[in-house]
Design a binder for this molecule. Structure first.
Ligand code: F6R
Length: 611
């Protein structure tokens, strides 16, 4: 998983490219590199291990590199350790073909062996060097820059967004993609290429989302597209409506904190787009009421936090719409041989729309004829394009690696799906339906209330900062909130934690409770709180320090339990939306207090486009 940027036009290329790469560091940040065609027609390459800043320093923010056409890359290692040698761009032997790549070439080993047999030598451990030399091989064979890329596509297996500079074609960038994102932008005097829109938003709002196996050819005069037969194709541009500010930190210390604070707006925006005049309007979804009536079950899949949204959805949809729901981890589901009736609705949840396992699970199911709905945040992403219908969450670009606002927007999507199914299938009355929609409209204000009192959570975090283990327990939807809370804590604070269905702890794991172990109980489900309180007491009697996150109307909480926060009252179906905000802040403050890199936690990257 990496970020790529390309530029050709009237400006000095390197500063534009480096500036674009800073917006893509969420895609990878263990090394970076840049290649620019200089005034004498040669291609200069500079690479540096470590964060992008190192490369910026070495090149004086790109000022040291002459030239008006170039490509750059920020890397998250897949093949070969993070090092200058393995960093992109990669080049052929005489430095006349230079490439950057995002994705994985699955058959790079046999390709490399074949190239070695033809006399090629390799200096790095990367699949990208193989890709570059494969392009070189076919370029030398056919003397055609487009043919070299189509041959590459015919021979390489896997995922790629590949951008190439040919010395013979100064001022031009050639690119091809398959299953890795690539967007192409243009202005009067130049053309841009990037893995994601924020990288080029400062320069242009006019973009093309490129398709699998489509070749883009960029020059200062404009952009052309070709298919695998090397025929020029027509393509519709899109206009980006995001505010450039939305991709910046906007005054907060970290993107994560900014994104946590954007949640009231995100929830409101997502609701406003799909609820009109007290009615859910799924007009843009390409699914009819008839479809919703005919599904006999719902299968939800995703990874990490997106999977956790599915767990919430399972409780809400089954309860309201009385239709069987299964939630499946995408990396498992893609290799399963499920028993299907053919009348299932597959819901794939993904912020990035590029997660390899989720995409593969979707493809497996589509091949079996199952109708799919993608809940995706990134417009034009691979999952959005592969699904039959798309619910675009309106979270805007999410930069922090740990998801917060996209998770919240996904929750809204699944609540609306539950209500839509319930209404069409007549499992709730019109009055209840209207009541639920009204209740949803109160969420932004309730979330704002929590954000306004975040110092309480900060104080609690400062008292807990030395804990080694934390257990989150709850039942029903509170259990679903626990698994997300635990993931948030682990990924950014690096504190070990477990999430357990409260009743399950005593079946083994309770042996890990020691004097002072923090056990956090989530109590928002009225019919289940007594049971969870009993489970909390069981841990307390084994030495746990118990704290609870409960809605204000929950009674019977023992006086000696620490109250982490009192949540505003909310219908139990939607309580995850407010409880999770407290837990996001708890994880955030612990991460800050422990001096971690909040937005870029170790070993993680924003979108996981590899298996
Ligand atoms: C956790 C987190 C990840 C993602 C997961 C799926 O904070 O961000 O667990 O939720 O990698 O990513 P998407 O939603 O892009 O498919």
């Amino acid at each position: 998983m990496c970020g790529i940027v390309g530029y050709t036009g009237g400006r000095q290329a390197a500063p534009v490219i480096l500036d674009g790469l800073t917006k893509l560091e969420y895609r990878g940040y263990d090394s970076a590199g840049i290649a620019v065609s200089n005034k004498s027609g040669n291609i200069d390459i500079v690479k540096a291990k470590g964060k992008l800043q190192v490369l910026c320093k070495v090149t004086h923010n790109g000022e040291n590199l002459d030239g008006f056409c170039g490509i750059g890359h920020t890397r998250w290692a897949t093949h070969g350790e993070p090092s200058e040698n393995n960093a992109h761009p990669h080049c052929n032997e005489d430095n006349t073909i230079v490439a950057v790549h995002n994705g994985i070439i699955e058959n790079y080993v046999p390709l490399k062996e074949k190239l070695i047999r033809r006399g090629y030598k390799f200096y790095s451990e990367t699949d990208t060097e193989v890709a570059t030399k494969l392009v070189d091989y076919y370029y030398k064979k056919y003397n055609d820059p487009l043919r070299a890329l189509t041959e590459f596509a015919l021979h390489a297996r896997g995922s790629y967004a590949l951008a190439v500079l040919y010395k013979d074609y100064p001022g031009e960038i050639f690119a091809i993609r398959k299953d890795s994102p690539m967007v192409v932008g243009y202005t009067d005097g130049g053309a841009y290429l990037a893995s994601d829109v924020p990288a080029i938003l400062k320069y242009t709002r006019n973009v093309y989302y490129t398709d699998n196996y489509e070749i883009s050819r960029l020059s200062a005069n404009g952009v052309k597209f070709y298919n695998l037969d090397r025929e020029e194709t027509e393509k519709q541009p899109s206009v980006i409506t995001w505010d450039a500010e939305a991709a910046e930190k906007g005054g907060f210390e970290h993107f994560m904190l900014k994104e946590i604070h954007e949640q009231p707006d995100v929830v409101r925006n997502t609701l406003n787009c799909f609820v009109r005049d007290g009615e859910i309007d799924f007009g843009e979804l390409n699914l009819s009421d008839e479809d919703f009536k005919n599904f006999d079950s719902v299968i939800i899949t995703g990874c990490g936090s997106a999977y956790h949204v599915g767990v919430v959805a399972q409780y809400v949809i089954e309860d309201l719409a009385r239709i069987p729901v299964r939630v499946e981890i995408a990396s498992e589901y893609r290799y399963r041989n499920p028993v299907l009736t053919g009348k299932e609705l597959l819901v794939v949840i993904s912020q990035s729309g590029e997660t390899a396992d989720s995409l593969a699970a979707l493809r497996e199911m589509s091949a079996k004829g199952i109708k799919s709905l993608a809940v995706v945040n990134v417009v034009g992403s691979s999952i959005a394009r592969a699904a039959d219908a798309v619910f675009y969450t309106k979270a805007g670009p999410e930069i922090s690696v740990a998801t917060t606002k996209a998770y919240s927007a996904q929750l809204i999507a699944v609540y609306l799906l539950a209500l839509k199914l319930a209404k069409v299938r007549k499992t709730i009355t019109e009055n209840r339906y209207k009541g639920f929609l009204k209740e949803l409209a109160t969420l932004p204000e309730k979330i704002s209330g929590i954000l306004g009192n975040k110092s309480e959570i900060q104080k609690f975090a400062s008292e807990m900062m030395d804990r080694k283990d934390v257990f989150f327990i709850g039942r029903g939807i509170d259990y679903a909130t626990c698994i997300e809370s635990s993931l948030k804590l682990k990924e950014i604070s690096y504190i070990h934690s477990e999430a357990y269905a409260a009743g399950e702890l005593k079946h083994g794991t309770i042996s890990l409770i020691e004097n002072g172990t923090l056990v956090l109980g989530i109590l928002t489900q009225n019919s289940l709180v007594e049971k969870t309180i009993s489970n909390l007491k069981e841990t307390e009697s084994r030495g746990a320090y118990v704290a609870v996150l409960a809605t204000e109307d929950v009674a019977g909480i023992p006086a000696n339990f620490r109250k982490l926060f009192s949540l505003p009252g909310v219908d139990g179906h939607f309580s995850a939306s407010i409880a999770v905000v407290v837990m996001q802040l708890f994880a955030y403050f612990l991460s800050v207090l422990r001096g971690n890199d909040v937005d870029k936690p170790r070993n993680l990257a924003k979108s996981v486009t590899v298996e």
